[in-house]
Design a protein around this ligand. Structure first.
Ligand code: ADP
Length: 899
């Protein structure tokens, strides 16, 4: 490019050739006289093209430009001029040049400094600033611009509206910006800023928590670009912050919800699952320091605190103090109220909130506000999630769908867990076998009852095929039922025998269901060993009792079935097939047959069961008695089956008949006896009554004889007459006594209130003289009034008292004690004396008629008194007996029924 200066025709211009600025000299006709290489380059042309050419010709229209008018001014007025010239190159591009024009003798020397780069940059910057401002104002992102030279940050409108800051500008930004970052994120961000400001990095993309003007933190994505100067130093950082709090929260919420379900699967117990869930929730809800789960009980009567977690200080003290407030009724406290309303409820300032039943303890942990969320399953509140905080709870709409989702999820998971736990309890505590088996014949899951019943451990039962435990004789039925793939809709039932580990055999009754999809057989089995044993026992007992069974299947053509015992009773051969006609042929007797037909007909008509004793003639022609019991079974209103039992009662029946005959004979005899007794009584009455008259005659004639012939009768004769009179008198007494005796029971008087006290008093007054003579005492006190017949009771007591006075001891004055004891159904009378007593050998004899233990010379009497007592007592349905020893007095007892 080093053009020889000679081409410029002027030797002193050589000095300009090496200048860094462009130099050109134009003559008065605006012809290029000189151009150094810089100006040629600036003009994007060549020396040959321009030298000696007229400027106005080379660049047509230039004479209209401001530059040319200045040049003209300089040319003509010979005054220097300066100008920043915008120059249109021939190729259409633009150049910016600072032109300094100096008059020289040849014309004008123009010094041109190329400012194209600087001006273009400036223009670009200006444009970008305009663009930035438009973007900043129009964008939803918060645009910020940090001029590191001035250390000033400017913020766009969006920035201020999103984050709530008022200032458009913040000076000394380098010392302030870090405070706007969440403490946990500061380190990372500070490092990144350093990388961008000090090192070569130009761009960043960061996610962190940014502090808003109100102190809350927003999750943001921050994109930034650093502008560097020519030395690579960052002079400006422009960035855009995007608020992603919503998106972040919804991601976190999704993550929280997603983390909850597995917790329920990981924990076997509901309570520990809930503890873990609360642990997770309280971390997520960092605004809340307390979380509780309350669950409604099964009867939906109360709601109870089941699980809690708290990050409050003094939580232990709080829960200790509120330990009695862990169960509420519907509508009681926050959980009860949420349960009642089915709504989310927020209570502020709980320490003064009357409905918050734990209010007086809220200050222990600094609890200010609580929120209760209903946990819902199928439209029913099953529990309540309570969240507590030391601040005001603001129930943000952005959370409401999350709360709803959380409540629904917890509701269904808790419900599922409860059912799972209940099922597990049933499985573990079931009194019967519950198990799962595979089509490969192995058990897959068994409950503890199965181990207990069979005596094997779980491993042992799972490691052998089921056939290993099955009785060989039952393998066939077992296999047939368990591989019946044709039936997968209903359950199948069968019985088989299993061996226990200690070699016993137990009977199991199975109900199984095949599930082709899962390849599993669901099984339930009951131990029916005892029932089977009882069945066997019944079979034996039936055989022993000659009790057979029978059945007529009405729906199946009246098919008849007889059990073995029935066949034995009917003396049928085993190979004979019974029919209805054959059954009736066992009743050849017309009466029996029509009875059978009648009861069967009635049973078929209205289900009346029957129980009949019938005479049959067996297949071998033997006569037997049977007891036939039967009933009808109905299906859809019609008789489907008749069934019953058949018992051989021949022996019993024959005995019964014999007994009946015997009874009849006895009854006949008793009747005869009664008749003869009555006749005897009649005779005694007639005899004693009729005998009195001749006896009176004997006595009176004897007295007449004595009076009339007194002077003619010697002493002997008189003595004889006296004996005769005396005999007649005694005979009269005997006849009177007998008369009385025969009267007992014949004249029935009215039942009356009999005052025993009055009765005894009357007897005492009757015997007053005798009592005084003997110096006797009759002792009685508070004797009752009883329901009875006065005359016979009077006769009883009179006889006993008079005997006690008569048979008194010679050693001491007689004493008679009379007392009555009330018993449950009777009155027990007790007449006790201190007389001569009776030898126990004669205790029975004295109650018989005319039986005496003494002669008439020792004691007078007829031997009728006590038999009269006995007869009265028998008549009144009581009892009489004596307790005594000779010389020790007697005690006569008798009872009278109260009713
Ligand atoms: P009786 O007194 O007329 O002989 P009872 O039938 O009253 O006839 O008595 C039968 C006998 O029982 C009496 O003969 C007497 O031997 C004896 N006996 C009855 N009562 C007493 C008594 N209280 N103490 C001793 N013996 C008695």
């Amino acid at each position: 490019m080093n053009q020889p200066l000679s081409t410029n025709n002027n030797a002193h211009y050589v000095v300009f050739d090496h200048m860094l600025e462009g130099v050109q000299v134009v003559d008065f006709e605006y012809r290029y006289l000189y151009l150094n290489k810089v100006v040629v380059e600036q003009a994007k042309s060549s020396l040959e093209e321009l030298l000696h050419q007229k400027m106005t010709e080379k660049f047509p229209g230039i004479d209209q430009s401001p530059m040319f008018s200045l040049l003209k001014q300089c040319m003509e007025e010979r005054s220097p001029q300066t100008l920043l010239n915008e120059f249109d190159h021939l190729d259409g591009s633009k150049g910016y040049f600072e032109l300094r024009m100096q008059p020289v003798p040849e014309g004008v020397l123009i010094l041109s400094i190329d400012e194209t780069q600087r001006i273009t940059a400036l223009k670009l910057m200006e444009e970008s600033n305009i663009r930035y401002r438009c973007v900043a104002d129009a964008s939803f992102d918060a645009i910020w611009d940090w001029d590191l030279i001035k250390d000033t940050a400017t913020f766009g409108d969006s920035f201020r509206s999103i984050f709530g800051y008022n200032d458009e500008k913040i000076v000394n930004f380098s010392s302030k910006w870090l405070d706007m970052v969440h403490p946990d994120d500061q380190a990372e961000i500070a490092y990144k800023i350093q990388c961008v400001t000090l090192a070569s990095e130009k761009k960043w993309l960061l996610e962190y928590r940014f502090k808003k003007a109100n102190g809350d933190y927003a999750y943001i994505v921050d994109r930034g670009t650093a502008l560097k100067d020519e030395y690579g130093k960052t002079i400006r950082i422009i960035g855009a912050k995007q608020d992603i709090t919503e998106q972040k929260r919804s991601e976190q919420q999704k993550a929280v919800l997603a983390a909850i379900s597995p917790i329920f699967s990981q924990h076997a117990q509901l309570k520990s699952a809930l503890n873990a869930v609360l642990g997770k929730l309280i971390i997520y809800f960092d605004d809340f320091q307390l979380a509780e789960i309350w669950l409604c009980d099964n009867q939906a009567k109360s709601i109870k605190l089941i699980s809690k977690d708290s990050h409050f200080p003094n939580s232990e003290e709080f829960y200790e103090k509120t330990r009695l407030q862990t169960s509420f009724q519907l509508g009681e406290g926050l959980p009860g109220e949420v349960w009642r309303t089915k709504e989310t409820i927020v209570w502020q300032n709980v320490e003064t909130h009357d409905a918050f039943l734990r209010k007086e303890f809220a200050s222990i942990i600094g609890l200010k506000s609580v929120m209760g969320l209903p946990l819902i399953f199928q439209d029913t509140v099953i529990g309540v999630l309570v969240l507590g905080t030391s601040k005001q709870v603001t129930y943000q709409d952005s959370y409401s769908s999350f709360y709803k989702g959380l409540a629904e999820l917890l509701g269904s998971e808790i419900q599922r867990k409860q059912i799972e736990q209940e099922l597990a309890e049933i499985f573990n505590a079931a009194p019967d076998i519950i198990c799962l088996a595979g089509f490969d014949g192995y058990f897959k899951k068994i409950n503890p009852k199965m181990c207990e019943l069979l005596g094997y451990t779980e491993e042992e039962l799972l490691s052998h095929p089921s056939s290993y435990f099955t009785h060989p004789d039952d393998l066939k039925v077992t296999t047939r039922e368990t591989v019946d793939f044709s039936n997968t809709t209903s359950s199948q039932n069968f019985e088989n025998r299993y061996y226990t580990k200690d070699g016993r055999i137990i009977w199991l009754s199975w109900a199984i269901k095949l599930d082709l999809d899962s390849g599993l057989i669901y099984c339930v089995a009951k131990d029916i060993t005892e029932k089977k044993d009882l069945e066997d026992l019944l079979k034996v007992a039936n055989q022993l009792a000659q009790n057979g069974g029978w059945e007529i299947n009405v729906l199946d053509n009246n098919k008849v079935y007889y059990s073995k015992t029935t066949r034995d009773i009917l003396e049928m051969d085993d190979d004979v097939v019974p029919t209805l006609e054959m059954g009736m042929s066992f009743y050849p007797d017309e009466e029996n047959r029509s009875r059978v037909e009648k009861v069967v007909q009635k049973a078929i008509e209205d289900g009346t069961p029957w129980d009949e004793e019938l005479q049959i003639v067996t297949a071998k022609g033997n006569h037997k008695w049977v007891r036939g019991i039967g009933r009808a079974e109905f299906r859809n209103g019609t008789c489907a089956r008749l069934l019953g039992s058949f018992q051989d009662i021949t022996v019993r029946k024959n005995t019964e008949l014999e007994l009946k005959k015997l009874n009849e004979t006895l009854e006949e005899r008793a009747l005869k006896l009664q008749q003869s007794n009555e006749e005897l009584e009649q005779f005694a009455y007639v005899a004693s009554h009729d005998l009195q008259e001749p006896l009176r005659m004997v006595t009176s004639f004897l007295s007449l004889l004595e009076r009339k012939y007194e002077s003619q009768l010697d002493e002997k004769a008189k003595q004889y007459i006296h004996f005769a009179v005396d005999g007649a008198k005694r005979m009269r007494q005997i006849i009177l006594d007998l008369l009385e005796f025969s009267r007992v029971g014949r004249i029935r008087e009215e039942l009356d209130h009999v005052n025993i006290n009055t009765l005894v008093e009357t007897i005492v007054s009757l015997y007053r003289e005798k009592i005084e003579d003997l110096n006797a005492s009759i002792v009685f006190e508070n004797l009752p009034t009883i329901e009875s017949y006065e005359t016979p009771v009077y006769q009883l007591l009179q006889n006993l008292i008079s005997n006690s006075l008569k048979y008194h001891s010679v050693n001491e004055p007689p004493r008679v004690d009379i007392s009555v004891v009330e018993q449950e159904t009777d009155w027990l009378f007790n007449v006790k004396d201190n007389g001569i007593g009776i030898d126990p050998n004669y205790h029975a004899k004295i109650f018989q008629l005319f039986q005496r233990l003494h002669t008439k010379d020792e004691y007078t009497g007829s031997g009728i008194g006590l038999s009269l007592c006995k007869k009265i007592i028998d008549d009144l349905k009581g009892k009489i007996w004596v307790e005594s020893e000779e010389g020790k007095g007697c005690t006569f007892y008798f009872t009278l029924p109260k009713q």
